[in-house]
Design a protein around this ligand. Structure first.
Ligand SMILES: Nc1ncnc2c1ncn2[C@@H]1O[C@H](COP(=O)(O)OP(=O)(O)OP(=O)(O)O)[C@@H](O)[C@H]1O
Ligand SMILES: [Mg+2]
Length: 380
């Protein structure tokens, strides 16, 4: 009897992961032991509905989200979703040791300095990285603060209600993205936490997290993302956005190896589209900006935390699928970047789901899977 009841409750509160992205809407439903993949869906975000992290057309976006839920054929209504990086302010700050209750009072004061608009217009949340019980009197403790304009959060919630959904948690994309990586955030042989760099390249924004073990030390948002490459191609060749997007996915390369150069010399290369060398030329400036931004963050991290080198680095997000990007980053920063497989911690019935398709969509689904993991975490 007890088991039946707890199952009822569990079903009621298991939440799906929903990412409203600038390029794609993505939904993941997990459940049961494992947890298992129950369903997933994705569809492109129509241009003009969601831009710079803000919802421009709430009614139309709600309709798209409804369609997404329909595609997933789920009966669930609760979701864990995330704010866009462009509208979320995330910092890891040090505060004097105090109890959680005290911090609830003090946090607005502490956070005020870090947030670029009036504190009474924001929704503020925080999480302790240290247990005050384990710290000495007078010590400092680290706290993650996250803030967004209240109107931004209200608009997001209203759009979800209009889509027939109920938001349980509004998360942050960088923290969602590291959740599927949990098993890799172990310790070195000497017992110290592995130093990890997580880099997500989305459609309109990118983010970085530096971690020691499973503890986040530094979170940053980067301005360069997938759309910048598409726009550079569109500009260089006078293409429409869709054609530039296709050209990027099919032919763009982040590095030109000798092999590629040989391919360029092929005499029968088609003349109706730009050559790989021309495309490379078009995106070179963006590639330089991007690697420079990542390198600066890495330098800042090293000097701030007194670390010499990282142990591992991972990429996620659709933008990381640009051919050669992992190699370019690895060469530029001197550490191997590997792809994250978000399905690794999930049980998947390969009779129901196409393993190849899941693999292909892995980078885009790191954040939505991370959101879905949070949706089932509390209830085991
Ligand atoms: N094969 C590919 N090569 C290069 N870029 C790709 C490839 N596949 C997808 N992308 C890019 O990935 C981006 C979309 O990725 P993703 O779905 O992670 O973004 P999003 O979540 O919608 O955006 P954001 O999180 O920034 O709001 C687009 O810019 C798209 O062009
Ligand atoms: Mg995204």
């Amino acid at each position: 009897m007890g088991a039946v009841l707890s199952n009822l409750l569990r079903n009621q509160y298991e939440a799906m992961g929903l990412e409203i992205g600038a390029s794609n809407l993505k939904l993941v439903e997990l459940g049961g032991r494992g947890p298992q993949l129950r369903s997933f869906a994705h569809r492109p975000t129509p241009p003009g509905l969601f831009h710079d992290g803000l919802i421009a057309e709430p009614g139309a976006l709600a309709e798209e989200i409804r369609e997404l839920v329909k595609e997933a054929r789920t009966k669930k209504r609760h979701v864990v979703t995330a704010l866009a990086n462009q509208v979320a302010y995330t910092r890891i700050i040090k505060v004097p040791r105090m109890e959680r209750k005290e911090l609830e009072e003090a946090i607005r004061w502490e956070a005020e300095r870090y947030i670029p608009f009036p504190i009474d217009e924001v929704v503020l949340d925080f999480d302790l990285l240290d247990d005050p019980e384990e710290l000495e009197e007078g010590a400092e403790m680290e706290v993650v603060i996250a803030a967004a304009k209240e109107e931004t959060v209200v608009q997001l919630a209203e759009t979800l209600f209009a889509a027939g959904l109920e938001p349980l948690v509004v998360d942050l994309k960088p923290f969602a993205g590291i959740r599927p990586l949990a098993a890799r955030l172990g310790t070195r042989e000497n017992g110290e936490g592995l130093l990890t760099l997580y880099l997500e390249v989305g459609g309109e924004s990118s983010s970085l997290v530096f971690l020691k073990g499973d503890r986040p030390l530094l979170v940053r948002t980067l301005a360069v993302a997938g759309r910048d490459f598409t726009q550079a191609i569109a500009r260089a060749f006078g293409m429409e956005p869709e054609q530039a997007e296709e050209t990027k996915k099919e032919y763009a390369l982040a590095t030109l190896s000798t092999e590629d150069e040989e391919a360029l010399l092929e005499l029968d290369a088609p003349k109706d589209r730009p050559s790989p060398a021309e495309i490379y030329d078009a995106i070179r400036g963006i590639l330089i900006d991007f690697t420079t931004e990542v390198r600066r963050s890495l330098e800042f991290f090293k000097s701030e935390f007194g670390e010499e080198s990282l142990d591992q680095a991972f990429v996620a997000g659709g933008g990381s699928k640009l051919k050669g990007l992992k190699g370019l980053l690895s060469d530029a920063l001197g550490i191997t970047f590997s792809e994250i497989d978000p399905w690794e911690p999930i049980k998947i019935d390969t009779g129901r789901f196409d393993a190849g398709l899941l693999q292909e969509l892995g980078p885009e689904f790191v954040v939505p899977v991370g959101l879905a993991l949070r949706g089932v975490s509390k209830l085991g």
